[in-house]
Design a protein around this ligand. Structure first.
Ligand SMILES: Cc1ncc(COP(=O)(O)O)c(C=O)c1O
Length: 362
């Protein structure tokens, strides 16, 4: 069966000597490899205002705290995502306000978001779902007009672009995940990037109990709560080796995604996504809408190809029952959307077999 997701790890002869060296170096907590990884990741994003963390969820939590979201404050977000996006809002006592999605993309709809802004709105979380980028032209306008910070959840969107530049330096905050099945994994890990440098010192203290690593421990004074969110040298070492492969690996997702965009045009029963203006997806999963989805999934599986909607619409979880509202765009998208594999593990034969299988009909 061609899997929907699969972790990429560098060849063992490259990775294992580096891992062995760090494991027995006597320094496995946060140290130089973490800072080297931050530099390389910053180069990749063309933005050095980045912070390595233990997970993407940690990055969301810190971003929400820095955006001053507190108890009872509203955060507009999307139900079409993995749960951490929205569970993070509850970590700071914030109230989730569901924006509806555009039924043609599954991405948060700017018009819906605009209509939901109140004086209690402290942040907007945009999810570049499955590697597709939200309508940043419109969201930038909204953020500026209402002076509300945007947190871009780019957990699925490493390597995707807005106006020709990699996602990660447009909004006040962008988060990335390096969890097992993402474009790049360090087993677990995350990044928080900023479009300005002014909050990075505070964020750095927040990742380590509120302590300033630049000062001796006995001269430190904690002034606000911090967490144990630092990346360690072992995860960072994996990341440093992964960085050598990142462009090639992400390039494969993109190449496969473009292949499907081209080959599946005008296919009976398939509706392709209309990507937002000025954006280039990094196709973590290939997303489309199909007629009779359950039959489509069975047909694909019978031909050895995984296909699935993958994520449960978050508004159906009991923890979010107070946020419940009508979401007709989501109802429409969620009933038809499906993902098929798009990653580095597809061979040319695999992707041709996938297209043929879809074109045969179900
Ligand atoms: C959209 C989205 N946001 C945030 C996260 C959280 O990332 P992590 O698992 O690294 O905490 C994930 C992944 O699990 C995700 O898919």
């Amino acid at each position: 069966m061609i899997p929907l997701v699969k972790p990429y790890l560098p060849p063992r002869e490259e990775l294992l000597p580096e891992l062995e060296a760090i494991l027995y170096s006597g320094y496995i907590a946060e140290g130089q490899p973490v800072y080297d990884f931050e530099n390389l990741f910053g180069e990749y994003l063309d933005n050095q205002n980045v912070l390595a963390l233990h997970s993407g969820t940690d990055a969301l939590h810190i971003a929400l705290l820095l955006a001053n979201v507190g108890i009872g404050d509203e955060v507009i977000s999307t139900p079409m995502t993995a749960e951490p996006t929205n569970v993070a809002i509850t970590m700071v006592g914030g109230k989730v306000v569901w924006g509806d999605v555009d039924p043609d993309t599954g991405l948060l709809c700017p018009k819906s978001v605009r209509s939901l802004i109140t004086e209690k709105t402290k942040a907007i979380i945009l999810v570049h779902y499955a590697g597709m980028v939200c309508d940043m032209n419109e969201f930038n306008k909204i953020s500026e007009e209402f002076n509300i910070p945007i947190i871009e959840d780019a957990a699925h969107a490493l390597g995707s672009k807005y106006k020709g530049k990699r996602v990660g330096s447009n909004s006040a905050y962008t988060i990335f995940s390096l969890q097992a099945i993402k474009h790049m994994t360090t087993v677990d890990g995350g990044f928080l990037s900023f479009n300005k440098a002014d909050q990075i010192g505070r964020a750095r203290r927040m990742r380590w109990f509120g302590l300033d690593k630049g000062k001796p421990r006995l001269e430190n004074d904690i002034v606000e709560t911090g967490y144990k969110y630092a990346m360690n040298n072992v995860n960072a070492t994996i990341g440093l080796v992964q960085m050598k492969h990142l462009e090639t690996i992400v390039g494969k997702y993109i190449d496969n995604g473009k292949f499907f965009d081209e080959q599946l045009k005008n296919t009976n029963g398939v509706q392709l996504i209309k990507y937002s203006e000025d954006t280039e997806p990094s196709y973590w999963l290939y997303t489309m809408m199909v007629e009779r989805r359950e039959d489509f999934i069975k047909h694909m599986e019978a031909h050895g190809i995984s296909a699935s909607p993958l994520h449960y619409r978050n508004d159906l979880h009991s923890i979010f029952k107070e946020s419940k509202r009508d979401l007709p765009g989501l109802d429409d998208f969620y009933s038809k959307m499906v993902h098929i594999p798009c990653g580095w593990w597809l061979t040319n034969e695999d992707r041709e077999h996938m297209v043929e299988t879809i074109k045969k009909g179900w």
